[in-house]
Design a protein around this ligand. Structure first.
Ligand code: F6R
Length: 608
């Protein structure tokens, strides 16, 4: 949510800031802006709209070697030129970019006095005005201002009177320092840094740092020094290169067979027919002591968690519940010692997931993370976990990370199952199923032309239903999620059994119903749901792993059938998920939507 980039060094700042904003655009894209210290003055350029609007306004490049930039996802104030960051004080001495929310903004504005003229509706502008009232070194001025703020922030500040210094600080919104040769960068996200350095330092909440071209110093808010170690990043740049693909989303869909291989790599133990997950920090004895599991996440990560809950429960026979992280933390949850808590997050920065993690740990619970982004806040705060190794996900809608989460859950289910009653033979069969997954995903990718045709047939619909039972329900949820977020077609998922308790009233000849039909014990019952829809004239599209021989009724009833390879229940959500991703993608493309940056959304939701 919102992106920050900052640079000080020997190179011209402007191209680096714009390049950083391009990479950060997926975090928020309703306005952008930069401020650069140029010839002893701060020059600020900002514009509502995407980065190309700002770029089109730049007639002459701004010289200068120190600057900050921002791409915004509006919280306070509409996406306008005025509300775009950076914000400056009335004398243009300071420029500030801010991610997060200032909760006591009204109090702070009142403290500044009636005569203070604000030029924007944002909460962030107050920081620039408050800075203008401080004295002393830049870092002290920033510290004094932050001490008065209630809320969350990741900020970067430049000062006309300290021409090559940037001060950044973090409380609840990520800030990462990038260490270069005679240059320093900072950003809210690794994506903006990886082209310039592989040495990064993550600030923790309550830390403030001063950057100059020759280095950095990190302090706590009470001025004591914080000793930070840099970590080395693996090359991430390939993930930001769309190549010949029309969209990042498409690239991320088609690369999923390789992503699965990466997530599985080194983690299948053929000898003991189990999974090898060293990062869990749990001994065999701990594994058998687990009495219950609670999975927490948001959006698609939650849906992956719901699918993961079924996998673990069925293999390990441990009761598992998956819950929205935000709701969990506000219901004063009972935390139990023999419950394993698992937080799931691609970005590792989702505010609500992080807050849930902190709530559990504060009460003494043990938390594992299934996380993609290496070194992210969630990854650093969990007791142990599984890195997904899916590489950075650029498109706002999750595809490859979602699939990778499912694979991580399958591995965990295998490990927990094998530490209990799953036999070596069954363990081997699961390993075989997991190894087969890339091939099965390829088989689904080969269905693309037929799925694209189908999406054109139904893309005029105002509404669509996705239904499934037990294991099929999380698949339906994610299918509806993908379709609505990128095509803007209203889509709802229901357990198939719930349809007749209300939603059936909405089914007409104009409401396509996507029915998830795993080839399992419930297949006949799911077919009954199809019958109910057909009886009301609703078009039915069956998504099934059952062969025609197994159930000819599906083909007789359905208006269309998407038939995926037959596979076990652990990998079925991934296999079917890819088909639904293709459906959503082609619907969005045929409707001319902004596939990679859907309206109103942003990657990595770092506000509550
Ligand atoms: C949907 C989507 C979101 C995220 C959710 C959690 O396609 O991308 O629903 O899944 O915001 O994000 P992470 O996984 O970063 O915690």
């Amino acid at each position: 949510m919102c992106g920050i980039i900052a640079y000080t060094g020997k190179q011209l700042a402007m191209p680096i800031l714009l390049d950083g904003l391009r990479r950060l655009e997926y975090r928020g894209y309703d306005s952008t802006g930069i401020s650069i210290l140029s010839r002893k003055r701060i020059k600020t350029l900002k514009a509502a709209g995407k980065l190309n609007v700002l770029e089109s306004k730049i007639n002459n490049p701004v010289s200068g070697h120190c600057g900050i930039g921002h791409t915004r996802w509006a919280t306070h104030g509409a996406p306008t030129d005025e509300n775009a960051h950076p914000h400056t004080d009335p004398t243009y001495r300071f420029a500030v970019v801010h991610n997060g929310i200032i909760e006591n903004v009204d109090t702070l504005k009142a403290r500044l006095g009636k005569d203070t003229k604000f030029t924007s509706d944002t909460d962030s502008e107050v920081i620039a005005h408050m800075l203008a009232q401080q004295t002393g070194e830049l870092i002290d001025a920033v510290r004094q201002v932050l001490a008065q703020i209630v809320g969350t922030y990741g900020i970067a500040v430049i000062d006309q009177q300290n021409p090559s210094t940037i001060v950044v600080a973090r409380n609840g919104s990520p800030v990462i320092l990038g260490i270069g040769n005679d240059e320093m960068l900072a950003a809210s996200d690794m994506s903006a840094l990886s082209r310039y350095t592989d040495q990064v330092v993550h600030l923790d909440d309550g830390e403030i740092a001063q950057l100059t071209p020759d280095g950095f110093q990190v302090m706590h808010m009470d001025s004591s020094v914080s000793h930070k170690e840099a970590i080395t990043l693996n090359d991430q740049n390939a993930h930001y290169d769309r190549g010949a693909h029309p969209h990042y989303l498409y690239k991320e869909i088609v690369e999923q067979p390789d992503i699965v291989v990466q997530t599985l790599s080194g983690r299948l133990d053929d000898r003991f027919s189990t999974a090898r997950l060293g990062g869990l920090n749990l001994e065999a004895r701990d594994l058998i002591g687990i009495k219950r599991i609670t999975i927490l996440g948001c959006g698609s990560a939650l849906y992956a968690g719901m699918a993961g809950a079924s996998m673990i429960e069925s293999l390990a026979r441990i009761p598992v519940a998956a819950e929205p992280a935000a709701e969990f933390r506000y219901r004063n949850p009972v935390i139990e010692q023999d419950t394993l808590y698992i937080v799931v997050s691609q970005s590792g920065e989702t505010f609500d997931t992080l807050a849930a993690l902190r709530e559990v740990r504060r009460k003494g619970g043990f938390v594992l993370g299934i996380v993609n982004s290496v070194g992210s806040t969630i990854a650093r705060e969990v007791d142990g976990g599984i890195y997904m190794h899916a590489g950075p996900e650029v498109s706002v809608a999750s595809t490859k990370a979602y699939t990778s989460m499912l694979v991580a859950f399958a591995l965990l289910a295998l490990l927990l199952g094998r530490s209990r009653d799953v036999s070596p033979q069954r363990g081997s069969a699961i390993i075989k199923e997991l190894k087969q997954l890339p091939e099965n995903i390829r088989a689904v990718l080969a269905l693309e032309p037929a799925i694209a045709k189908l999406s054109e047939q139904y893309n005029k619909s105002q509404s669509a239903f996705f239904i499934g039972r037990t294991n099929g329900f999380p698949i339906a949820l994610e299918g509806a999620q993908k379709l609505k977020e990128i095509s803007y077609i209203h889509a709802e998922a229901y357990p198939a059994s719930e349809l007749k308790h209300g939603p059936l009233a909405l089914v007409t000849g104009e409401t396509p119903c996507f029915v998830v039909l795993p080839n399992d014990d419930l297949l006949p019952k799911s077919i009954s749901s199809m019958e109910e829809i057909k009886a009301r004239g609703g078009p039915v599209i069956a998504l099934t792993s059952a062969t025609q021989q197994a159930s000819s009724r599906i083909d007789t009833l359905a208006d269309a059938v998407i038939r995926v390879p037959e596979t076990g229940s652990l990998t079925l959500p991934a296999v079917m998920g890819v088909a639904l991703q293709l459906l959503a993608y082609h619907s969005a493309v045929s409707l001319g939507r902004d596939v990679d940056q859907p309206r109103n959304l942003a990657k990595s939701v770092t506000v509550e």
